[in-house]
Design a binder for this molecule. Structure first.
Ligand SMILES: *[C@@H]1O[C@H](CO)[C@@H](O)[C@H](O)[C@H]1NC(C)=O
Ligand SMILES: *[C@@H]1O[C@H](CO)[C@@H](O)[C@H](O)[C@H]1NC(C)=O
Ligand SMILES: *[C@@H]1O[C@H](CO)[C@@H](O)[C@H](O)[C@H]1NC(C)=O
Ligand SMILES: *[C@@H]1O[C@H](CO)[C@@H](O)[C@H](O)[C@H]1NC(C)=O
Ligand SMILES: *[C@@H]1O[C@H](CO)[C@@H](O)[C@H](O)[C@H]1NC(C)=O
Ligand SMILES: *[C@@H]1O[C@H](CO)[C@@H](O)[C@H](O)[C@H]1NC(C)=O
Ligand SMILES: *[C@@H]1O[C@H](CO)[C@@H](O)[C@H](O)[C@H]1NC(C)=O
Length: 369
């Protein structure tokens, strides 16, 4: 769903004010010149926590804010971490070559003026299967890659794609073409309950069930013939809070029927929260304690919501379930791992244990650079 994310993207598109090199060492204002390496990609949605990130666990930060503190550039580049801008394009203008060229030029200009290292494309619009629109999206990415490789040597272009293919949430992209036209695809292996067709299954459940994540990766490599070295596995650092309409002895929590893109039930019945919020609920409000659903590999618990009086069920990932996904990235020889989003942790000094555990879990993905 990521509705809040789309809003951020449009804010980000408005403008970035160019500045002079903010770093005492002006070499830090060069785009990073680093050859192929394994990736650990963080999406940054707030400009307030970057001093506290674990840079030893990062290679790329995707800027999803409309601007960023120039000192982030100096720190990131000194730690060999790339900064790239998230970007969106109006799906209705994909066939408009003039609009594409203007947009490509503006993106390259923005990257150059901000001394950053590339662009991450996050369209997320529906594109019908087998239409020319899918090929035009690939064309846009190819045009951007062609220009930025000349204008900003060392830069990177990546594209966000659904956790399952083909046609996850109606997004029937030309996955093979997008992989060829970019440096890598960021596979959003979350929000996997965005389309539930069976109303008997209209229940709270895992956001990122391990079998679907595995099957999604298999489809990318086997159906679309994308090399694992072009795939970065994106995991959730956020959770879902579902109001239970009914709750049975097996802890099955039925949820409101909220349709999404043609399916009668979806995770839009739940509310997305940051990891830190759900950890706090687990500590303070949980009536069941932390449980693992062995079928999906998801963490869940119940609590009584003070606002509406209902029992709610939380579904989330935490270090124990995330390392299984990072291991999957190892065994499938993927290019990397990443998360939506890095500011979901509590970076205040009183929360260090929880936060460090999330960063340390990322060590499970082995760099083979
Ligand atoms: C194509 O894009 C250009 C530049 O943004 C715009 O002026 C023009 O109206 C667009 N054409 C159509 C048919 O939308
Ligand atoms: C999409 O179209 C292709 C052929 O154009 C077909 O092989 C494939 O099954 C279709 N996929 C879906 C999900 O409809
Ligand atoms: C993999 O692709 C098949 C064939 O299109 C589809 O039926 C299945 O749902 C996909 N699996 C996942 C996990 O996306
Ligand atoms: C709970 O699960 C058990 C085992 O799957 C099943 O036999 C039982 O009917 C379930 N109870 C309810 C209330 O659904
Ligand atoms: C999951 O499996 C573990 C170990 O087999 C077990 O202790 C636990 O109760 C299971 N979780 C649930 C929710 O059934
Ligand atoms: C969690 O418990 C605290 C303390 O009792 C309460 O103030 C808060 O409203 C509860 N949270 C929710 C979402 O119900
Ligand atoms: C840490 O403090 C912040 C407020 O500064 C609070 O919101 C948060 O819940 C606290 N976290 C822990 C783990 O106590």
């Amino acid at each position: 769903m990521l509705n809040f994310r789309t809003i951020l993207v449009f804010v980000a598109a408005i403008s970035f004010v160019a500045s002079e090199c903010p770093c005492p060492d002006i070499s830090l204002c060069q785009p990073l010149q680093i050859g192929s390496r394994h990736e650990k990609v963080a999406f940054m949605t707030a400009d307030s926590n970057w001093r506290y990130y674990d840079y030893s666990q990062l290679t790329t930060i995707v800027i999803c804010t409309d601007d960023f503190d120039p000192q982030l550039l100096c720190l990131a580049h000194s730690r060999n971490v790339r900064l790239v801008w998230i970007a969106n394009y109006d799906v209705k203008q994909l066939g408009n070559a003039t609009a594409r060229t203007l947009w490509v030029n503006s993106q390259v200009d923005k990257v150059k003026k901000s001394f950053t290292d590339g662009v991450n494309l996050d369209m997320e619009d529906e594109i019908a299967n087998g239409t020319i629109t899918a090929l035009q999206y690939t064309q846009l990415v190819q045009e951007l890659s062609n220009l930025i490789r000349i204008e900003v040597p060392g830069s990177m272009i990546s594209v966000d794609v659904g956790g399952t293919a083909p046609c996850d949430d109606g997004r029937c992209y030309d996955y093979t073409g997008l992989a060829d036209a970019s440096d890598f695809l960021f596979v959003m292996a979350y929000d996997l309950r965005s389309q539930i067709y069976d109303l008997n299954d209209c229940i709270a459940s895992a956001n990122s069930p391990i079998a679907r994540v595995e099957g999604g990766l298999t489809n990318y490599t086997d159906i679309f013939h994308i090399a694992p070295s072009k795939l970065v596995l994106g995991v959730p650092w956020y959770c879902y809070d579902y109001k239970c309409l009914t709750l049975d002895a097996n802890m099955t929590c039925t949820i409101e029927h909220i349709p999404y893109r043609g399916a009668p039930c979806s995770d839009a019945a739940g509310v997305q929260h940051d990891y830190k919020y759900c950890r706090e609920l687990l500590r303070v409000n949980s009536t069941t304690g932390r449980l693992i659903d062995n079928r999906t590999g998801g963490v869940f618990f119940n609590y009584k919501n003070q606002g509406d009086g209902y029992t709610h069920q939380i579904w989330m990932d935490d270090p124990e379930t995330l390392v299984i996904k990072y291991d999957l990235a190892n065994t499938r020889h993927l290019l990397g791992i990443g998360m939506w989003q890095v500011d979901a942790l509590d970076y205040s000094p009183n929360a260090t244990q929880d936060t460090i555990a999330m960063w340390n879990a990322m060590e499970r993905f082995h760099f083979r650079n």
